[in-house]
Unconditional design. Structure first.
Ligand code: FAD
Length: 442
């Protein structure tokens, strides 16, 4: 594709639940970004298209990809700030900042995610119990909007649009560059400690107690059957106190390519969980780990996703309060007994922040489940959806592509209404639209 032109492409959501033909454009100059934006009625932004839900495309919208905008525009070591273009990937970003012993700690689990995608999804990393979401590191944004033109966004300038854009799933315009406040990082090496747990209650206690002193605290729990439900391991990662030299990460191209035949089923999950538990029991409770393994756990483990096959998977990520956690889990287990869902991943971490608009952020516990995408599991998940109201649960729009507008309306409530109202006030024509924004009628 010549960079100023558009082309047709078939795009899939990362979870493979949705695909469609779209018109795609990758401008490489700001003037071309303006031109392609002016030439289409409906637009949506797309980064590396690594969102589980179809957030960066729609049949009716031109998908604008700004991956060509990948420069570091300004760096102030003394002030610890950096301005980068939004097409830069996380690994490219870290290759620059870590050389100066600086970084942002709110990094989602894959290195080729773009800065623009990370900001628009208000991503979090494993240390969200301590560092919250990426919102906490953003100082300002340069946005291009088809009718409003170029806008500087920060707490001082266009504050409302700044707030709408972070976690605004690309609906406020194109994020062209972002200025971050950086944090010091002495070493890029980690020590990982692990401990076996026998129940989900034990895991919960661990993440709540330990995230006070260790930044990275999370769990791996079994959900392959009711007997094993909640058994597993809890982990803490510490950054080494001794300074280490950083030599840059080599980016190895890895592919997400689903297997023709799905490999995950009740039997294989049970076997893999059993072997993983055995290996964990036999290995040392403390070990040194490199930065990429800790921060980007799926890098090099892409087959975990490929094993779901062409029908893919559904991830459900939920925020729930400490107080309501146990009762919800009891009800979850009782439905589990009835429906016997096929779950490949079950994990907990602590989250801190304040819920607003569509942002997946709060002072709550974050529960993650990955399900094989089949009829039985979808039925089970719909039963779980009906519990959100009772337990004040917030589901993630970024992760769960299946969520209905009714579920989102009920769980996000006033915040969804406020997001929609402010967005429509800013952009009466609602130019930027994705498959998900259309489905949710945002
Ligand atoms: C293996 C894996 C692990 C992950 N781990 C985590 C995790 O730990 N924590 C977490 O929070 N998320 C995680 N994610 C989800 C991921 O961080 C988000 O979905 C992220 O938005 C993907 O970025 P992207 O560059 O692929 O953007 P896309 O998926 O292409 O787009 C995502 C959203 O951002 C918008 N967008 C993209 N670029 C721009 C731009 N320049 N201007 C305006 N809007 C834009 C799009 O419109 C869309 O709404 C993970 C994803 C994968 C595949």
């Amino acid at each position: 594709m010549s960079k100023q032109q558009t082309e047709k492409r078939r795009l899939f959501s990362f979870d493979k639940s949705f695909s469609t033909n779209v018109i795609f454009s990758q401008p490489d100059k700001y003037k071309l970004l303006e031109k392609v934006s002016y030439n289409s009625n409906n637009l949506i932004n797309i980064g590396s298209n690594l969102s589980y839900s179809p957030l960066g495309f729609s049949k009716e919208s031109l998908s604008i990809n700004i991956r060509s905008f990948d420069r570091i525009l300004h760096f102030d070591k003394k002030e610890k700030t950096i301005t980068v273009e939004a097409g830069l990937t996380l690994i490219e970003f870290l290759n620059f900042t870590l050389k100066h012993n600086l970084w942002i700690p709110q990094l989602p689990g894959y290195p080729t995610i773009t800065i623009g995608g990370a900001v628009a999804a208000n991503v979090h990393g494993k240390s969200c119990g301590k560092h919250g979401t990426i919102r906490k590191s953003i100082k300002s944004i340069l946005l291009f909007h088809k009718t409003h033109g170029w806008l500087n966004l920060s707490k001082e300038e266009n504050e409302e649009i700044f707030d709408l854009t972070i976690g605004g799933i690309g609906l406020t315009g194109t994020i062209v560059s972002v200025t971050f406040e950086l944090m010091e990082i002495k070493s890029s090496k980690f020590t990982t400690e692990k401990k076996e747990v026998n129940s989900i209650e034990e895991s919960k206690k661990f993440i709540l107690d330990e995230s006070k002193d260790a930044s990275y605290t999370y769990t791996w729990n079994r959900a392959d059957n009711l007997i094993n439900f909640g058994k597993g391991f809890v982990y803490k990662n510490y950054l080494d106190k001794n300074p280490s030299d950083f030599h840059g990460f080599k980016e190895v191209k890895r592919k997400f390519r689903p297997f023709i035949f799905p490999m995950w089923n009740k039997f294989s999950i049970n076997v893999v969980n059993f072997l993983y538990s055995k290996l964990n029991k036999l290995s040392k409770s403390e070990k040194n780990e490199n930065f990429l393994n800790v921060i980007f756990p799926f890098y090099g483990n892409e087959n975990y996703f490929n094993f779901f096959g062409k029908k893919g998977f559904i991830e459900s990520q939920l925020l729930i309060s400490e107080e309501k956690f146990e009762s919800f889990i009891e009800e979850f287990k009782s439905l589990f007994k009835q429906f016997e869902p096929t779950i490949t991943l079950f994990s907990l971490k602590n989250m801190n922040g304040k819920q607003k608009f569509l942002r997946f952020e709060d002072n709550k516990i974050c529960i993650t489940f990955d399900y094989v995408n089949n009829k039985e599991n979808l039925l089970f998940m719909s039963k779980i959806d009906s519990l959100y109201d009772k337990y004040d649960i917030i589901p993630s729009v970024i992760k769960d592509s299946r969520l209905s507008k009714e579920t989102i309306k009920k769980s996000y409530n006033e915040e969804l209404i406020s997001f929609k109202e402010k967005l429509c006030k800013f952009d009466g024509k609602r130019i930027y639209q994705s498959e998900i924004s259309n489905r949710l009628e945002i």
